[in-house]
Design a protein around this ligand. Structure first.
Ligand code: CO
Length: 133
């Protein structure tokens, strides 16, 4: 079966527990998967209904990229995550096209998936995360 284009939407939040309560009501999905990603200094709550997903991101430290994002731009849409077949190939293709990447090579994200971030500069102001299918 073909996966959808979008893996998930990431939303930066100040108070994870409070955001979880609101998004439980919104999505009707209870008990999101909670993951503490120490390398990113971020705690994630992932809501899923079996196809679309919403990822709430809260900082676990003042120097977390999420803390910096919220200080600069406030809470809100942080990134859109797109599925790709081959993440190394896609990173190469983007770089070749002059699209600025943040990660030169993939890293391991939530749920042990291969991910990489692409700079908003050449993507109309939207931070994009790639996730290998
Ligand atoms: Co994400």
């Amino acid at each position: 079966m073909t996966k959808p284009l979008v893996s998930h939407v990431g939303i930066a939040v100040k108070d994870l527990n409070s955001a979880i309560r609101s998004y439980e009501i919104l999505t009707g999905a209870k008990n999101p998967v909670i993951e503490n990603i120490e390398s990113e200094k971020v705690k994630v709550a992932l809501f899923s209904n079996g196809s679309g997903r919403i990822e709430l991101l809260a900082a676990t430290s003042d120097d977390s990229p999420i803390a910096k994002f919220i200080n600069k731009r406030g809470e809100g849409l942080h990134h859109i995550c797109i599925y790709v077949d081959d993440i190394e190939a896609k990173l190469g293709e983007l770089k070749k096209a002059g699209i600025k990447v943040i990660d030169e090579t993939y890293r391991t994200g939530a749920e042990g998936k291969k991910i990489a971030f692409i700079h908003p500069q050449n993507l109309n102001g939207v931070l994009i995360e790639l996730e290998e299918k």
